[in-house]
Design a protein around this ligand. Structure first.
Ligand code: FE2
Length: 430
């Protein structure tokens, strides 16, 4: 047998038609017409074969909790945080784990095989940290789950957040998180950026801060994040999530700021579904969109991905684990309508997001991990337009999801045989 698995005749994102030969967990060959025998062949002719979708910003401790104990009436970020505060004491290890695993099933069915999830550490029990570390182990055969220690209530504003952040990192959480715009003062926010970047540098970790997720044009913590990234040598390991205040900043100031972000090598992770939903809530008209300056950052070589942030939780009442939905919304709000920009949006939710997370083993190339998605579309732009069905998902050389009419059958040891992404949240919450 020459290959364990061959995916025949698919269109790669660059338009090349090729066969992909897989041995074990690795892509062994990519060529127009591979000869030799295979344990199994998948006919992908006429379909797009792409690297897996990657989500660099999510909250898996809160997902699928919509309506518990109530819904977010104002729709604002701040009520969402308050509502999460009401839900936190009600959380159990089992409930967090089960909701996260259910979400991971959705993710697999959508070809979403790598997720960076923030996990709130402002609960002295750290039960969500423990639960998500369990989930990380369970899903490791098919999802790269990267966890971020996230002091949701403020590193200084919450009395035990500082020690809990370090405890979570000691327990095995991968990335340092923070929320400078939620500290009591701008100065506390600035200090939190410095301190968290120093923790990341000392421990050799990545840092990803919720940064300037506000409509306040004077929220400028990204400036400090760029400064600390440059000072501490964190190039390529630091990310600013959201950066929505940049939408409203003075243009002259931005003309100075963006080159500093580029120089430092800070990545940007806007979350278009959530940004367009939460920002501008205090505006009358004209109402701000709130999404950060995506094309302008890309023009300067800043790495910009698209994150999902939330699915059915205190902040967002919809979502299906579909990174094509995320890119579709981002494309509209950032007005990335040229063919090159649309194709770039697809690249953002696959290759660029993987690069932000430091997942060098992902990608369609010989020697990379054999994780890929066959989509019912001819090319990346069509995949976006259709939010195309995922016909087949392969993780580490194994077929983990196949589309059969309404449901997707899973082949994961110990998990259900099929998954259906319908959810009763809105019925429960009425
Ligand atoms: Fe977030």
């Amino acid at each position: 047998m020459d290959f364990d698995l061959v995916v025949r005749g698919g269109s790669l994102p660059d338009g090349t038609i090729a066969d992909i030969g897989i041995n074990g967990e690795t892509i062994a060959a990519i060529a127009p017409a591979l000869s030799g025998t295979a344990g199994r062949e998948i006919d992908a002719s006429g379909n797009l074969v792409a690297p897996p979708f990657v989500d660099p910003h999510f909250h898996m401790d809160a997902t699928l909790s919509y309506g518990i104990p109530r819904i977010n009436a104002s729709g604002t970020l701040l009520e969402g945080i308050a509502l999460w505060g009401e839900l936190k004491p009600l959380l159990t290890h089992e409930a967090v784990r089960d909701r996260a695993l259910a979400y991971c099933d959705w993710a697999v069915s959508m070809g979403l095989l790598a997720i960076r999830s923030h996990v709130d550490v402002c609960d002295d029990r750290l039960l969500a940290v423990e639960a998500l570390l369990d989930v990380k182990k369970t899903v490791a055969p098919y999802i790269d789950l990267q966890l971020v220690a996230f002091p949701q209530d403020g590193l200084y504003r919450s009395p035990t957040a500082h020690q809990n952040t370090l405890r979570a990192l000691d327990m095995g959480v991968d990335v340092v998180g923070g929320i400078p715009h939620f500290e009591r003062t701008m100065e506390d926010g600035r200090r939190s950026v410095t301190e968290l970047c120093e923790v990341a540098a000392k421990r050799g970790l990545m840092v990803d801060l919720h940064c300037d997720e506000t409509d306040d044009p004077l929220s400028r913590h990204i400036e400090q994040l760029a400064y600390e990234t440059q000072r501490l040598g964190l190039r390529g390991r630091a990310a600013g999530s959201h950066l929505t205040s940049m939408h409203s900043m003075d243009n002259y100031y931005v003309s100075k700021l963006l080159p500093l972000i580029a120089e430092a090598g800070v990545s940007a992770i806007p979350n278009p579904l959530i940004n367009i939903m939460l920002q501008g809530r205090h505006d009358s008209f004209p109402k701000r969109r709130g999404l950060t300056r995506v094309k302008e950052m890309q023009a300067l070589g800043i790495r910009v991905g698209w994150g999902q942030d939330c699915v059915l939780d205190p902040w967002y009442s919809l979502g299906t684990a579909d990174m094509l939905d995320v890119a579709f919304m981002g494309l509209h709000v950032a007005q990335m309508s040229s063919p090159a920009d649309m194709a770039r949006c697809f690249d953002m939710v696959t290759n660029v997001n993987a690069a932000i997370m430091g997942l060098d083993h992902l990608g369609l190339a010989v020697g990379k991990r054999a994780s890929l998605v066959v989509l019912d579309a001819g090319n990346p732009i069509e995949a976006l337009r259709l939010r195309a069905e995922r016909i087949c998902v392969i993780a580490r050389g194994k077929v983990v999801a196949e589309r059969t009419r309404q449901d997707t059958r899973l082949s994961i040891a110990g998990r259900p045989a099929s998954v259906n992404r319908r959810h009763s949240a809105h019925t429960q919450a009425r």
